[in-house]
Design a protein around this ligand. Sequence first.
Ligand code: TUI
Length: 314
Amino acid sequence: MYADICKLLNIKYPIIQGAMAWISDSSLVSAVSNAGGLGVLATGHLDGEGCREEIKRIRKATDKPFAVNIMLLSQFADEIAQVVCEERVPVVTTGAGSPGKYMKAFKEAGIKVVPVAASVAIAKRMAKDGADAVVAEGCESGGHVGKITTMALVPQVVDAVDIPVIAAGGIADGRGIAAAMMLGASGVQIGTRFLVAKECTIHQNYKDRIIKAKDIDTTTTGQSTGHPVRVIRNKLAREYEALEKKNAPVEELEELGRGALRRAVKEGDMDFGSVMSGQIAGLVNKEQTAAEILEELYGQYIGILNNFYKQHTV
Ligand code: TUI
């Protein structure tokens, strides 16, 4: 379904900033929302009260709409769901599971619900459960990923559901946005490009690693745990891969991964930290403000549409 996602979410650009645990905090979220996109607070590393404090900081910094993402594997998912209802946040996105059990409470609180799905079957279930839109996230994305590419997933989800579809995975410039719209998406979700936003508070080593990254620098670890995660290949990823090859027990793999994202984000450990990134990092080559990123993305997208029309009509 083609739809005006800007009207649905009350934003200027059809661009949502992907939630990134430990990374998309109140600083990045308020900057993206102030600049006309939808900032999305990640809560994978927060408990309920930590989430409430971040919501308060966002509200101090912007009067524009924003979203809170609930990572459904989090042990604090229930309390975060309660906090977002109490705080009546405008939009909730979810990841790594189905938000079905919270849907009634979200609706009663007047919250728009935009779950992330990585397959057609899950997108259909979310639409049936009452989602307002769905993010179809291809496996080019950073972090926890499904199995299907954005190119293959987006049109299949568009055909399968009658709610707006937001494309995610492998998009970092106006060309990516144009391509996603051609596949029938109504908007895009972008994570990796916002890692290098000036308002993104991650360690400078992380930003530099993204800027330096080439097309083939990411890999997915954790296939054997059922939670594959796309990261920049480093010593930790290689150690993880070696353990997986030996069929090491899941507990041993989990132990190796514990605290690794925090180590990368806060301590700047690029060897033994989990440097989550999408495959599109090779295209990301400079730090800019969130407003500069959004204006550049949208300007390129509109430019492409205009040129395309001129070139392909007589
Ligand atoms: O959630 C993400 N990306 C993430 S979460 C995260 S934190 C993390 N850290 C370590 C291990 C695992 C997670 C880092 N990146 N993206 C959205 C996404 N959701 N991708 C795939 C899914 C998904 C998977 C299963 C959505 C629904 C689903 O449903 C399963 C079911 O049976 O309901």
